[in-house]
Structures are given as C-alpha cells and as structure tokens.
Design a protein around this ligand. Structure first.
Ligand SMILES: *Cc1c(COP(=O)(O)O)cnc(C)c1O
Length: 422
C-alpha cells in the first residue's frame, strides 16, 4: 500500500502551506491520551494538544462514549425553530462557570466564525440603536481567525497580506504593559474620540499566534474600563485561553471589568468536534429585541449547536473541574514554573515565561515566522518524538492536561537538547 504522505500529494491542499517547497506531511494513523502515531509506527508526544484542543487527551473514552450515546439518540437537527437537550444543558452548564455578566449563548461552528459573529453582534448592536459605529479596535499582533471580520481584527501580516484592501475598519493599539499603559490609554481615547468605535476585540492575557505573548490583567482592565466608559463593547477572544489554560477557567476570570462578549472554541469540545460559541451579556442581547424582525441577529451556520459537539463539550466540562484534572493542571503549572527557572540566564534564551499550563521560550536566535531555522527546530523536535511547533523563534508547550510526568519531562529534555544543538 502506498504511504498516506505520498497519496496525499495527489489531491490535497493543506492549510498554512507553500506546496512548492513544503516537505510532505506526516501520515497520522492513531492517537491516544498525549500520544499520536505516524504510519511508520513512530510515536510523538502531542506537546501542543493539537492546537490546544485535545486537553483531556486524544480518544478520551469518557468523551467518545458521550458522543456515541448522543449519536444514537439524536444525530443532528437544525437549530432554527428547533432546540435540543445537549444545547440547553450546555448553555446551563456554561453559565455556571462563565463570568457573571454573561447571559446568552450563540452557537457557531469554528473559532473564526465565533469571532465573526461577535463582530457582527458588536456592529449591529449600534445599528439597532440607530447609531452608526463603523470602527473596531484591536491589539497589534493579535490573531482572531481567517474569515474576513476575524482577519480584520487580526494584526499578523503573514496571514492578511493579500487581503488588506478588503478588510473592515480597524484601529490598532499596542499591547499594554506597566511602562506604556498611560500612552496606550491616551492613544485609545484619541482613537475613540476621532472614530465611531463599536467594539474592542482582544485575546485576554495571552496572544497565542503572536508567540504566546503575555500581558497583565491589571493593564487590560484599564483598557476595558476606558472602552466601557465610551460605550464600546469589549469582545474577549478566549478561543485559545478558555477552559483552564491560564490556570483559571477563563482568562477573563482574572479581570475586574468583564467583557461583554466572549468567543469560545478549540478545547470547548476537547478536540473531538468543530463547534464554537459566542456568549454575550443581557445588555447586548436586548439590543436585538424589537417588534421589527430585521433587528434580530440574522446570522446562522448550518451546523449551529451540533448535538454531537454539544455532547462532547458537556463531557469535557465535567472533566475540566474533576479532581483528577485539577490536580494535573496544578502539577503542569508547577513544573512549567520550575522549568522556566532553569532557563534563567541561559545564553540562548531571551525570555522564558509561563502562565497556567502555557509555557513559552523566546530564543536569542533570528528567524522568520516561517523561516528556515524555525522549520529545522520543528523537524528537530519531531525527530525527537515531540510535537512542538515553534512560532518563529518562540518555542511553546501547551500539553494535554492528561500528559504523564515522564512525557512532560521528555518535552523539557528535548527543549534543553534543542538549546544545546542550535
Ligand atoms: C485558533 C484561534 C482562532 C480561530 O479559530 P479557527 O477554529 O481556527 O477558525 C481565533 N482566535 C484565537 C485566539 C485562536 O487561537
């Protein structure tokens, strides 16, 4: 039988890939817990939980059982005019853990469409009130997805280049820190004095695709507070940070001023199913209530609130707060902190940092986001049996909560080895 990686070439077009120069993808045939296996039988530790989705481990039996049971009861039904138990229960369970100001759950089918819905909610919120607000505010270097609205809010030119002329109107501010916060606040105020701003879109505390860059809740709080004073809706993109990654259920839990709208996906369904949520406050929802039909939110995806995705999410939520997973989360958090301390003053490390189960190491090496050195680092880790995908010169680890102590140790060892090699 011809190898998957060879057969792949004939008809497949992969995401984020320059097919003229890219190496053949690795054929994956099996996954369990923190491991994935290729078609040659080689095992890899999934050090980034397959883009931070499979947090309870691959093929988690508690979750596959929940999906299987749901599949034989009600596979799918459209969500316009109908409702179903998995969606109702998921909304009830999420409300118990989302910030107190969240009141409504709107379903989409992936991260980008969650952000897209959030932006449209923000724009229509003011349209419905008879006020024209046409500008968004977003951070430099943010990432919010690849559909047009989400792309507009994103500030990474490697993805947006060809489309820049076609994007929504967005004003950008630097990510705040202790030193620049007053300047950023002033810039923010001048932006909303000179533009009609509807919403501020941000990844709270951790900018994932930018290279796992952190900022403090204290400064973000000041920006949110300032936006709220100007009536600007705050949209927290928690697609990466949600469901325990930063040490709390949501990064917004660190904030005193809560976002009006929150986007969730990725670990929402434990990596088992594409599904996403845009939750919002009662205030946002009420702006859509009217005797005029057209003031409703006329936005839908065929697979909204897919029962199988909801079943996976409900099972995932049970695990998230289970004693076993809470202990693992704490263990990983402590180990990351120890590892960061071993890298202090390392000549090849510019900065190492961690929050919750997210660990990031900026190397003292120059490479482009998709540069040669970055590719060599990726290859090095894969050869060592570890799936880590450096973002430019930032190596990051975001392991499934169920990773074993030995597997986590092996990831750290492979990073030390990489630092000694490159
Ligand atoms: C992954 C991600 C998205 C986009 O989600 P997709 O499901 O890939 O469309 C948006 N925002 C953040 C913060 C993400 O990590």
């Amino acid at each position: 039988m011809e190898k998957l990686s060879d057969r792949d070439k004939k008809h497949l077009w992969h995401p984020l890939t320059q097919h003229k120069t890219a190496e053949a993808p690795i054929g994956i045939v099996k996954a369990k817990d923190a491991l994935i296996w290729d078609e040659e039988g080689k095992a890899y530790i999934d050090g980034i939980a397959s883009w931070y989705t499979a947090m309870y481990g691959h093929c988690n039996e508690f979750i596959t059982a929940a999906i299987t049971e749901q599949m034989s009861q009600l596979d799918f039904v459209m969500f316009s005019g109908f409702t179903h138990a998995p969606a109702v229960e998921l909304s009830e369970q999420l409300m118990k853990i989302l910030p107190d100001n969240q009141a409504k759950i709107f379903f989409n089918d992936n991260g980008s469409t969650a952000v897209e819905a959030a932006i449209k909610m923000g724009l229509q919120f003011y349209h419905n009130k008879g006020e024209k607000r046409d500008t968004l505010i977003a951070f430099e270097g943010g990432f919010h997805g690849d559909t047009f609205g989400a792309m507009s809010a994103s500030g990474l030119s490697s993805y947006n280049g060809p489309f820049e002329d076609f994007l929504l109107k967005v004003e950008r501010i630097p990510v705040p820190n202790e030193e620049n916060i007053e300047e950023v606040l002033q810039l923010l105020e001048s932006i909303y004095r000179n533009n009609k701003c509807a919403a501020f879109v941000f990844e709270p505390l951790v900018q994932g695709a930018a290279g796992m860059k952190f900022h403090a809740a204290k400064e973000l709080d000041k920006l949110i507070n300032s936006c709220h004073e100007a009536g600007i809706l705050c949209i927290a993109d928690e697609i990466m940070t949600g469901f325990g990654k930063t040490g709390k259920n949501f990064a917004s839990d660190y904030l005193a001023h809560k976002p009006d709208i929150i986007c969730l996906s990725k670990a929402l369904t434990a990596g088992m199913f594409p599904l996403s949520i845009t939750s919002c406050s009662q205030n946002v929802f009420e702006a859509f209530l009217s005797d005029e039909v057209s003031k409703g939110f006329f936005h839908a995806h065929t697979f909204s609130a897919h029962p199988l995705g909801c079943a996976a999410a409900l099972a995932g939520l049970k695990l998230l707060s289970s004693k076993e997973i809470l202990e693992r989360r704490k263990y990983i958090e402590d180990e990351h902190k120890n590892f960061v301390s071993t890298l202090e003053n390392h000549p090849k490390v510019k900065e190492a940092r961690s929050i919750g189960v997210i660990l990031a190491i900026d190397l003292n090496l120059k490479t482009d986001r998709y540069g040669k050195l970055r590719d060599e680092l990726y290859r090095f880790f894969m050869d060592n049996g570890v799936n880590l995908r450096p973002l430019g010169n930032t190596i990051y680890v975001l392991p499934p909560y169920v990773i074993t102590n030995e597997q986590l140790e092996k990831i750290y060892d492979s990073i030390h080895l990489a630092l000694a090699t490159f």
